[in-house]
Ligand binder design. Sequence first.
Ligand SMILES: Nc1ncnc2c1ncn2[C@@H]1O[C@H](COP(=O)(O)OP(=O)(O)OP(=O)(O)O)[C@@H](O)[C@H]1O
Ligand SMILES: [Mg+2]
Length: 458
Amino acid sequence: MSETRILVVDDEHLIRWTLQKNLEKAGYGVLLAETGEEALQKIREEAPDLALLDINLPGMDGFEVLEKALQIDQSIIPIMITAFEDVDCVVKAMKFGAFDYIAKPFDFNKVQLSINKALETHRLKREVRRLRQERKGRSGFHNIIGASPEMRKILEMTEKVANTDAATVLIQGESGTGKEMIAQAVHDLSKRGNMPFITLNCPGVPEHLLENELCGHEKGAYTDAYGLKKGLLEVADGGALFLDEIGDMGQGMQAKILRLIEQKTFRRVGGVKDIHVDVRIITATNKDLRKLIAEGRFREDLFYRINIIALRIPALRERREDILPLVKHFVDKYNEDFHKTIRKMSKEVEHFFMAYDWPGNVRELKNVIERAMILGEGDTLLLEHLPMEIVGENQERIMTGLRLPPEGISMDKLEEALVREALKMTGGNQTKAARLLGISRDSLRYRMQKFGIETTAA
Ligand SMILES: Nc1ncnc2c1ncn2[C@@H]1O[C@H](COP(=O)(O)OP(=O)(O)OP(=O)(O)O)[C@@H](O)[C@H]1O
Ligand SMILES: [Mg+2]
């Protein structure tokens, strides 16, 4: 760690001298200033970590210096030195942003104590900030891969939505598309990002327990309610409540949820006091809610209440540009988790990844890679490490890029088409075309004759 540097600002020579000597002995770097102007210049040019600032300075007084110093460098820690314990002065200094004050005459132990406390507080603050940022990095945009235009648009909207403070958000998409991840990002990137993000998996809670789960209960509300329990709404106060799989929720529960999110006021079970909370509601579903409404299985009023802002995440097969970046992302992750050194994948694996339809979307891709990397040795992902059940049924199509039409096709026609295609791709170069088809030049010639393909034009 670099040396902590302290600026001493006092017009009295003796004080500057004593402080300098003691501070240097305690291991700090010391800068000195006699006047406010000089102090500000030193702050601008040398960015000290902490300033011991006399209030009574000739010219610009200590308060003005304090204010300007903080404008120049928000992270500087000011500790004021007062000639005597003047309460008004001290209050004013603290209001202006001083960390502490020391009254003259002082002994150096007191100064040392105050400096230690200040540095420790600032270290903790910095640490909290770093952890918060790290958390944002982990769950915010850092780890969301979005290379396709469709996904980039979703990320752009996520950021906008995050900034519309409390608006309710509905995230739709097939299973495994990343709904929960986007929900978390909406929260993390919002002003509430440091407050709780609480998830309720709607189909996981039996209807008769829902109210208890969301609103909590008072002591003695039931025979077995021994203590007071806060509900999720209270726990999420100031933050967000994520109602996952909201499409899979019974009618009774839908009515309760609607009332709760409309009023944001409730009573604990067995309680008499109204509790009001400030909670952002984020919901997600893999169901088509409009269809459920048409079938009478989802309340229309609840739909309009949660559908204030809607994000629809496309299926992975509708944004194939994301596939390889996601593969790389997961390979990196599992290399680290499993201490592997997989750096490449075979052409077949790449073809498979790109051609497969991924009905389970990103989650399926992630699981396939996790499995392949557990099984795989060496530095290359191979087809044999992918699950047979998905590779097997798709292999032919994937390897050739062809799909047999339902009405069938004659082998001769197919062969002719392939020969023509190969010649076209190589601009009529027979050696190259033969190589593309994995046959000799003579066999290519033979086939060209058979199908009556001219040697010059393809
Ligand atoms: N764009 C992405 N970048 C990185 N990881 C992703 C991305 N999309 C999804 N994932 C990962 O895929 C997995 C599934 O994502 P998530 O749980 O958010 O999906 P979901 O839509 O909520 O799925 P389900 O409907 O099954 O609950 C998670 O491990 C998530 O981290
Ligand atoms: Mg989910």
